[in-house]
Design a protein around this ligand. Structure first.
Ligand SMILES: [Zn+2]
Length: 170
């Protein structure tokens, strides 16, 4: 296996929730390749931090802002569908980021439209997705910065030689 193959496999394993187990050939490679081992360790740390985050809803005004920017006009005869369009706007934005979760938000809607219970459920789902997305982006940035500062920049500034990655693979 080439390093490129191994790194692709590492990324794919981290895309699963929970993180998938690395195939045996990948683990064999990692045992003898410091660079791939470091990538696996870095991604595992970031992935674990993201999965451990609490899932909090976004404020309602955030959903309103999304709606205002994506759906300009309310189709006539669809006054009752206002909540639906707001939800659709929010969901379509989140869809680009968290497509799999959104599968549950928009089960096929048959005319004349979703019931109030379905809307409430879907809106709760959309808020969860948006909240998770926002927190995930922020936490990813923070985790990456902390890790780079602590492990790469600080030792370099102090003149400490870079240690070879010593964390054991999962
Ligand atoms: Zn490698």
């Amino acid at each position: 296996m080439t390093c490129e193959d191994v790194r692709l496999a590492i990324h794919e394993a981290q895309d699963d929730a929970p993180a998938g187990t690395l195939p045996e050939p990948v683990r064999v490679h990692i045992a003898s390749c410091a660079e791939c081992r470091e990538l696996a360790s870095d991604l595992a740390a970031i992935g674990a931090a993201l999965r451990a985050m609490p899932r909090a809803p976004l404020p309602a005004e955030t959903l309103d802002a999304v709606w205002g920017r994506t759906i300009r006009a309310t189709p006539s005869g669809f006054a009752h569908g206002l909540g639906f369009w707001r939800l659709a706007a929010a969901a379509s934005l989140a869809f680009a980021v968290v497509s799999t979760t959104l599968f549950f938000v928009f089960a096929p809607v048959t005319p004349p439209g979703p019931t109030a219970v379905e809307l409430a459920h879907a809106e709760a789902q959309a808020e969860l997705v948006l909240g998770y997305t926002a927190r995930a982006l922020a936490a990813t940035r923070v985790a990456a910065e902390d890790r780079v500062l602590a492990e790469k920049v600080a030792p370099a500034v102090r003149g400490v030689p870079m240690p070879s990655p010593s964390r054991s693979p999962r």
